[in-house]
Design a protein around this ligand. Structure first.
Ligand SMILES: Cc1ncc(COP(=O)(O)O)c(C=O)c1O
Length: 462
């Protein structure tokens, strides 16, 4: 085996990395992470970093949780694989589905397991199509996502996604996938428009979109309670009550994509509870197992289950499912994670830490580089701008967000940048008060260094 310090060079020659400029990456190489403990990860030189993104918005319980390791090992010893196809079953999947029904924020009839958030959202698309065929309304098939919404990369999920990089040159979105306006007051409200007024306008635009398409052709509306990968976008006050009323008016099925917001991120078990709306179906993944193993699911209401039954009576087999859907080891880990969330009151503790986190985040609004600091619970976004008064963004080619990420890494902090130079923060829910302060101290130093660099490079007048 080649020596460890060659890992970066070996990486460049062997891996295709998601979400990186592949050409630039050939020059920069990877940050190789070797181990983790608590909210810290360590790179291959042993340098510690606060994992300010909980991996990819997912490691809610942090790293090195022995109870999760033990749950996985015990299940792997007992039954390392079993599937749910053709009427077979196993107790971890049954127990996990029972638990999820118990904690669901709306009445849930059944859970369909899969392995990723993308698979969950693709399954939602197919289930809604199936539903409307069963209900005898075969034209009602269109899906509405939102500009800047993120729902994954498989064909259906990427089509619901409203981010240009997920579509451009991938020949997406597929026909029949539409996008409503982005509920970002800072960027898209008209001058003088209050949050409730902006929400009213977005709901009216959604209403017009559905009416123009023909309500009998629009099947579903999909939304994250707080948009994550689009840049941590918190909807304006009254948004969900207004768009939910539009969905109800046109009998449009509403799916809450809780892949990030589910399991305590916003300080409630599910994000829709924090934002005050009641979806028909829910997609879950990530923190379901605290990302110790891949597992995801679609939580479906009785009406969908009855449609599946009706179709089976008509055509026989329900031909959908994934080899690893409800994998017993993943399910055992997820069960343990849910047990820990309840026993250790992880969601309540996240809610209790949230005022400190949000206060430190929002204090950065005063930083010359920050146009808007926004967030809820333990998730936050900082939009970096070249001109605060004019809300003018930096030119994408200057890569200001990416540079800030590098300065943060130098300070021992992992954050992410998404389109529009938005730095995102989403630490493990188990982060302590002292660690929150340390995170923001490091972030502030990184922002100051970014500002010095912006000035040196004359990228803005500040
Ligand atoms: C809201 C949301 N939905 C779906 C997905 C896709 O999940 P996966 O990457 O597991 O396919 C993500 C991933 O970040 C997400 O944030």
């Amino acid at each position: 085996m080649p020596p460890l310090r060659n890992l970066a060079a070996r990486d460049v020659e062997t891996l295709v990395h998601p979400y990186v400029d592949l050409a630039a990456f050939r020059e920069t190489g990877p940050l190789v992470i070797e181990r983790g403990q608590g909210v810290y990860v360590y790179d291959s030189d042993g340098k510690p970093y606060i994992e300010g993104m909980a991996g990819l918005w997912c490691t809610a319980l942090g790293y090195g949780n022995e109870e999760l390791v033990e749950a996985a090992t015990a299940q792997m010893r007992k039954l390392s694989f079993a599937h749910l196809f053709t009427g077979r079953s196993h107790d971890p999947a049954i127990e996990l589905a029972e638990k999820l029904k118990e904690i669901a924020p709306v009445p849930i009839s059944k859970v369909l397991f899969c392995a990723s958030g993308s698979e969950a959202n693709d399954s939602q698309v197919k289930l809604v199509w199936y539903l409307n065929n069963a209900l005898g309304r075969p034209a009602k098939k269109k899906f509405i996502g939102r500009i800047k919404g993120y729902h994954g990369v498989t064909l259906g999920a990427a089509s619901i996604t409203g981010l240009v990089n997920n579509h451009r040159d991938f020949d997406l979105p597929l026909p029949g996938f539409l996008h409503a306006g982005c509920p970002h007051h800072y960027r898209f409200a008209q001058p003088g428009e209050s949050e409730p007024e902006f929400a009213t306008r977005l709901a009216a635009e959604l209403d017009a979109l559905i009416a123009n398409e023909g309500p009998d052709t629009v099947a579903a509306f999909v939304a994250e309670p707080v948009m994550g990968a689009g840049g941590v976008i918190v909807p304006p006050e009254t948004y969900f009550e207004k768009v939910m009323a539009v969905c109800a008016k046109y009998d449009v099925f509403m799916i809450s994509d809780e892949v990030i917001c589910g399991f305590g991120r916003l300080g409630t078990a599910f994000g829709c509870q924090r934002l005050g709306f009641r979806p028909h179906a829910i997609s879950i993944a990530k923190a379901l197992s605290s990302a110790y193993l891949p597992i995801a699911g679609v939580m479906i209401p009785e009406i969908v289950y009855q449609a599946l039954l009706a179709e089976s009576r008509k055509i026989g087999v329900f031909a959908h499912g994934f080899t690893y859907g409800g994998h017993p080891v993943s399910a055992a880990v997820a069960l343990k994670a849910l047990e820990i969330y309840a026993r250790d009151q992880i969601f309540e503790k996240a809610a209790a830490r949230s005022p400190q986190f949000q206060a430190r985040l929002k204090a950065l609004d005063r930083h010359p580089l920050v146009g808007e600091a926004r967030g809820v619970g333990l998730v936050g976004g900082l939009e970096l701008v070249a001109d605060k008064a004019a809300k003018r963004s930096f030119e994408p080619r200057h890569g200001v967000g990416a540079r800030a990420v590098l300065f943060a890494e130098a300070e021992g902090l992992i954050v992410r940048t998404v389109l529009g130079d938005v730095l995102t923060l989403c630490p493990p829910l188990v982060i302590s008060a002292a660690e929150i302060d340390e995170l923001f101290d490091r972030l502030t130093r990184a922002l100051d260094k970014t500002l010095d660099w912006v000035r040196r490079e004359r990228l803005a007048q500040m």
